[in-house]
Ligand binder design. Structure first.
Ligand code: PEP
Length: 263
């Protein structure tokens, strides 16, 4: 049996929120409370806040990432930002978020090109996958999510895979206040992990972190983190509130401590 320690990860997707002063204030209040818990933290602010926040966070364990990237390295692509540019201020990029897919029309192919571009620049990726409410109602959730995952991860080598994290985010749970149930998350994560053993190999699967995202709050976090195979969360709304995000962080660290104690 393959065993691998997957360090828990809490990622905060700020989406298009907060001006610079609010961003600095939020991060300043998070810094003391997110220290030393034994879990990774990745903050995903809007592009314009990356530089000031990278200076504020220098020397801390809190990591910064971007919410988007363009797949070309440079050139006549007005309004876009490339991986080599981002790589100067942050270490990771979120790709495949459902808002990028649905509002901005990003296809699986575009997501895969973005993923390859950022990995080629030495960065890490959080790949978001997830089904709509209609797909769930049709009973095709698992096949949809596995197809999105294959389209993005197919052909990556082991080293590249080691820099990827998957975030399972059912679209119907994002920003709705209606989280997926523990049973729904557990079923999907089990399906994903079984599939990944076949597609990328048991060793890479055992190292690959899978997060849940979709209306995670301090109230439901502990239950979600108790699901086998879930290594943390991608949090939207609750990541804008220092107390809420800190409470979710502590729930994650406590679930890890419990799991370790139970071994
Ligand atoms: C998200 O934006 O990825 C997300 C999960 O949002 P929320 O936590 O607000 O549902």
């Amino acid at each position: 049996m393959t065993t691998a320690y997957r360090r828990p990860l809490l990622a905060g997707n700020w989406k298009m929120n907060l001006n610079r002063l609010d961003a600095v204030e939020l991060v300043s209040s998070l810094m003391p409370s997110l220290a030393e818990g034994g879990c990774d933290v990745l903050l995903l602010p809007p592009f314009v806040h990356l530089f000031p926040l990278s200076r504020l966070l220098a020397g801390t364990s809190i990591q910064l990432g971007a919410q988007n990237v363009y797949f070309e390295p440079a050139g006549a692509f007005t309004g876009e930002v490339s991986a080599p540019m981002l790589q100067e201020t942050c270490g990771a990029v979120l790709v495949g978020h459902s808002e990028r897919r649905t509002i901005f029309g990003e296809t699986d192919e575009v997501v895969a090109r973005k993923l390859r571009a950022l990995l080629s620049s030495g960065m890490s990726a959080v790949l978001a996958v997830g089904e709509s409410g209609e797909i769930r109602d049709s009973g095709m959730s698992a096949s949809h999510v596995l197809m999105q995952t294959d389209a993005a991860l197919g052909g990556l080598d082991q080293e590249q895979l080691s820099r990827c994290v998957i975030a399972y985010e059912p679209i119907w749970a994002i920003g709705t206040g209606k989280s997926a149930t523990q049973a729904e998350v557990g079923e999907m994560v089990t399906a994903l992990r079984q599939h990944l053993v076949g597609s990328i190999g048991a060793d890479a699967e055992a190292r690959l972190r899978i997060l849940y995202g979709g209306s995670v709050t301090p109230a439901n976090a502990a239950g979600l983190f108790a699901i086998p195979g879930v290594d943390g969360a991608l949090v939207g709304g609750a990541s804008l509130d220092a107390d809420g995000f800190t409470a979710i962080y502590h729930a994650l660290c406590a679930s890890t401590a419990q799991a370790d104690g139970g071994q």
